[in-house]
Design a protein around this ligand. Structure first.
Ligand code: NAD
Length: 693
């Protein structure tokens, strides 16, 4: 049975036991209903404690039930909550592990909550395009007040127990949590004043500043643009403060149902499943145990090396950060210090946490310092000859067991592996910039990479808090190979008549974090040009000269204060000289500039991604369409609520995607022709037929 009923004297313990995370599926809900009834009917039971088996309070509803509709089969959560509030006996939640989503909504319905010191609580529904639908927005606001609730629910954050206590969500923290909850429940039954149910509380509902909600909406307008759920969460919290209680609860439910039916919710559910599927590596089944990684070397203490060192140190791994000279190492360690300074300033780490992590990173100039590492990550300049030399030295200086990884964005992993005596332990670990912030880790499988090497880097990603995708080895892997034509198309659009503002505006309105030209400025136009210069192009292709000219004129992007835009701090402004440069290119190429509409701009940027994505699937570079979506969402700012480029294409209809490509091909070149794999997928109803297992 997924719920257990036990007695501890006059207290009934209702324990939820539904591995792995005690999700509240129909069987659990039925068990809870029966347990609550039994506790109500038994005159010897004076109070009830709700807890989870294996030190884990329910971490949410069953996601598959939300999608299938089974979450609506009686008893639904709302019915259980009504039963709890009408029990007539004190009921206390003992929270260990993570009480999230529906699980935390259940806890919020109790008279009180006691949490373990390391417990986390939260309502992360927004991440699935939902709002809490079982009174979560209303009860949370009544306990914590509107300001803290707005922050917590629109971000979906998991709050540590200490924070939950500070804002009033829980009543106490106790290491022996269940026992403490039983004792408190017993005292409550024995006459200690019973805390008011959250539903009945009004003392925290006063809005501290009259324009709290208007100001919050204005401050988050950009972050929430295009999305439904975060706005509805704000509406529901406002309703808790301004409407009669019953109406607030009803509105929340109505908005929950609205969100649940939205395409955004379906897209985010797809992303949720795709992220989990990406962990499964066909070449390394669950029987392959990852190697333990406790000490790593990072070679190259530049932008990426410093960020990668911070990722490892934050996960408790010792790092030796190596560069060519004492000065370069000192600079790298300075970068590390600055990253920790930022983390403390932003409240991501406490001063002590930052100090402890930073102390795990030491600098070195001699490769002999890497004599005891379990793994080395190379992050030197993107120069194939230099990387080959570094791999030869790593092979000589690290223990034979060590894995040798490259952070290259585009280069051939097999070429690096060939310089070593252990190609089976060579792999790509492509971090994104800034490495300590960006969630994606695109791991790259070389021809000889062993299942254990792959299992190790996939497990490592999880330990670093990253979302990993395994890509095959080709120029640019998944992400940068697709990006190549997307970036090139942005420049073609500029040549034909669009402006940087127009292009970035369209892409950002679609939901991308940043348009293609703003992204170029962030990465550096010199870097973009250098990468492009090294690449072979099909004979019928040409690169636009715009990027080269930008680099030649010192318009490097953010780092030089000017690129496609002028920068002052984080603000970007238009630069008329850029338009002049673009118009000059159009003239030289004999292109008559014209007005381009939003629809054309968007179509011409998104469709090359999809056509290339189909080729990646067919070549086995990406195992699943969902892997490509995960790469684009977490590495390139594609809006998660649109599900990623491949999901988006399926929603549009692959036949329509083919039509658009065919319409564009005659005037824009052969690369627009829909590839055979895209046609095959369209004929067979979706990407599934190209999936590798
Ligand atoms: P960077 O120029 O900031 O740093 C490179 C560092 O490598 C420098 O400190 C340099 O002194 C050091 N170095 C050079 N030769 C060395 C050697 N023989 N031994 C030890 N150190 C040496 O470069 P970066 O932006 O950090 O990029 C590093 C790698 O990461 C490249 O392969 C790049 O393609 C990849 N990458 C970069 C980004 C990005 O956005 N910057 C993103 C993903 C991947």
């Amino acid at each position: 049975m997924p719920t257990h009923y036990r007695r501890d004297g006059d207290v009934a313990l209702l324990e939820i036991d539904n591995p792995p995370v005690n999700a509240l599926d129909l069987r659990v809900r039925a068990g809870l209903e029966a347990g609550l009834r039994r506790a109500a009917d038994d005159p010897a039971v004076m109070a009830v404690v709700l807890c989870g088996a294996r030190a884990c309070f329910p971490a949410g509803a069953d996601i598959n039930e939300i999608a299938s509709g089974a979450a609506f089969h009686s008893p639904i959560l709302l019915e259980l909550q009504a039963q709890m509030e009408a029990l007539g006996k004190p009921i206390v939640a003992a929270i260990e592990g993570a009480a999230l989503g529906g699980g935390f909504e259940l806890a919020l319905t109790c008279h009180g909550r006691i949490a373990a010191p390391e417990a986390r609580v939260g309502l992360p529904e927004v991440k699935l395009g939902l709002i809490p639908g079982s009174g979560g927005t209303q009860r949370f606001t009544r306990l914590a007040g509107p300001a803290a609730t707005l922050e917590a629910l629109t971000s979906g954050a998991q709050l540590p127990a200490a924070r939950a206590l500070a804002i009033g969500l829980i009543d106490a923290i106790a290491p022996d949590t269940v026992r403490a909850a039983v004792q408190w429940a017993r005292r409550l039954a024995g006459g200690e004043p019973l805390p008011a149910l959250a539903r009945a509380r009004e003392d925290k509902l006063a809005v501290p500043e009259p324009d709290l909600f208007a100001a919050f909406r204005a401050a988050h307008a950009r972050a929430f643009r295009g999305q439904l759920a975060p706005w509805r969460i704000v509406d529901a919290i406002e309703a808790a403060c301004t409407r009669p209680a019953l109406e607030g609860f009803q509105l929340e439910r109505q908005w929950y149902l609205e969100c649940r039916e939205s395409p955004q919710c379906k897209a985010l559910m797809h992303v949720f499943h795709a992220e989990r599927a990406a962990r499964r590596v066909p070449q390394a089944g669950p029987q392959v145990a990852p190697l333990p990684i406790e000490r790593v070397g990072v070679v190259g203490a530049g932008t990426m090396g410093a960020g990668i060192a911070v990722c490892f140190a934050n996960a408790g791994i010792d790092v030796t950060l190596l560069d060519v000279s004492r000065e370069a190492v000192a600079l790298g360690l300075e970068r590390v210090g600055a990253l920790y300074g930022e983390s403390v300033e932003r409240g991501k780490l406490s001063g002590e946490q930052a100090e402890a992590a930073r102390a795990r990173i030491r600098g070195a100039v001699e490769y002999s310092a890497l004599g005891d590492v379990d793994m080395a990550v190379e992050a030197v300049f993107e120069d194939p000859a230099l990387k080959c030399q570094v791999f030869e030295r790593l092979d000589r200086s690290t223990p034979p067991r060590a894995i040798l990884a490259s952070n290259t964005s585009t280069l051939d992993i097999d070429r690096l592996a060939a310089r070593t005596t252990r190609p089976q332990q060579v792999v790509g670990t492509h971090f994104f910039s800034p490495a300590h912030v960006m969630k994606l880790m695109e791991n790259v499988r070389g021809r000889a990479s062993s299942p254990q090497t792959l299992a190790t880097v996939m497990a490592l990603a999880r330990r670093l808090g990253k979302i990993a995708v395994l890509a095959g080895n080709c120029d640019g892997f998944i992400g940068n190979r697709m990006l190549q034509y997307y970036g090139a198309e942005a420049e073609r659009l500029l040549e034909e008549g669009a402006t940087p503002e127009q292009i970035d505006g369209v892409v950002e309105a679609f939901g991308f974090a940043m348009g293609p030209l703003a992204m170029r400025d962030l990465a550096g136009n010199d870097v973009g040009w250098a990468i492009r210069r090294n690449r072979a192009l099909p004979a019928d292709e040409r690169w636009s000269p715009i990027l080269e000219r930008m680099a030649a004129q010192g318009r490097l992007g953010r780092k030089s204060g000017r690129g496609f835009y002028l920068y002052e701090g984080r603000e970007r402004r238009s630069d008329p000289q850029v338009l002049a440069l673009i118009c000059a290119v159009s003239r030289e190429l004999g292109i008559e500039r014209r007005e381009l509409g939003e629809a054309e701009i968007l179509a011409r940027l998104l469709h090359p991604l999809i056509n290339e994505g189909a080729k990646l699937l067919a070549e086995g570079i990406a195992a699943r369409a969902g892997d490509i979506d995960v790469v684009y969402i977490h590495g390139y700012g594609f809006p998660a609520y649109k599900g990623g480029p491949m999901y988006w294409a399926e929603q549009e209809g692959l036949a329509k995607v083919i039509d658009t490509l065919e319409q564009l091909a005659p005037s824009h070149g052969a690369r627009w022709g829909p590839c055979a794999h895209l046609r095959a997928a369209a004929a067979r109803g979706g990407w599934e037929c190209l999936t590798r297992r």
